[in-house]
Design a protein around this ligand. Structure first.
Ligand SMILES: Cc1cc2nc3c(=O)[nH]c(=O)nc-3n(C[C@H](O)[C@H](O)[C@H](O)COP(=O)(O)O)c2cc1C
Length: 202
């Protein structure tokens, strides 16, 4: 069984989502020691934004030589994703949604003919059957009962993106209110780390 672990926080050792995603992976590895683990740090090895030449090459146009590394990186992340049975994603909220590093990764895995297709009945996901667990960290609170609910574009966005690829039942472990103060931060982090220990095995 293959587990793909992705982090996207720019805050390195100070990151909350990195601590939570690591705890999720630890829990799954303890339960299933034979897990085959691939780790991708999207800030250490960022993916480029999509370009016109990249899109043309994907459509079959001759690719200029300088596009080689970009196409290779795209193929690598897409294959890692397609091969994975379980995907664990560290996803901090930056400006109401995911970091642009994580968006760049999504731009490389949402590929027509690979993870979705347009059929007679509309879009059809081709990547179903994966388990996706997301470690979320947010500075504030965005629950339905809060005045900020309409500003939540992280969880809603990821649910839509993975659903589009046929992956439903996303699991979220969230540490919220991180920037309210040190006590909130500590409590939210402890709660998320505790929740990670209760995850069902892979
Ligand atoms: C550039 C930046 C933008 C942020 N934007 C938001 C935001 O829109 N809403 C929010 O609740 N918190 C926001 N925060 C706070 C982070 O969500 C919070 O610090 C969280 O712990 C970040 O996750 P990380 O520690 O894994 O990087 C922002 C933080 C940074 C650095």
């Amino acid at each position: 069984m293959k587990l793909l672990h992705i982090d996207s926080s720019v805050l390195g050792p100070h990151s909350v989502s990195r601590q939570v995603s690591a705890a999720i992976v630890d829990r799954l590895r303890q339960a299933t020691p034979s897990l085959d683990l691939i780790y991708r740090d999207l800030t250490q090895t960022p993916l480029a934004h999509l370009s016109a030449s990249h899109l043309a090459a994907v459509q079959g146009a001759p690719a200029p030589a300088e596009l080689g590394p970009d196409l290779a990186a795209s193929a690598a992340v897409l294959n890692e994703f397609l091969d994975a049975d379980v995907v664990v994603i560290g996803a901090p909220m930056y400006n109401f949604t995911i970091p642009s590093q994580l968006k760049a990764w999504i731009d490389r895995i949402l590929v027509a003919g690979k993870t979705f297709k347009y059929g007679a009945a509309g879009p059809e996901g081709l990547a179903g059957g994966k388990r996706v667990i997301v470690a979320v960290s947010r500075g504030g609170h965005y629950g339905a009962e809060t005045p900020y609910a309409a500003g939540e574009h992280l969880e809603t966005y990821l649910r839509w993106v993975f659903g589009f690829m046929g992956i439903t039942g996303l699991e979220f472990i969230s540490a919220d209110g991180i920037q309210i103060g040190p006590e909130h931060r500590q409590k939210a982090l402890a709660g998320a780390l505790q929740a990670a220990t209760s995850l069902r095995s892979a």
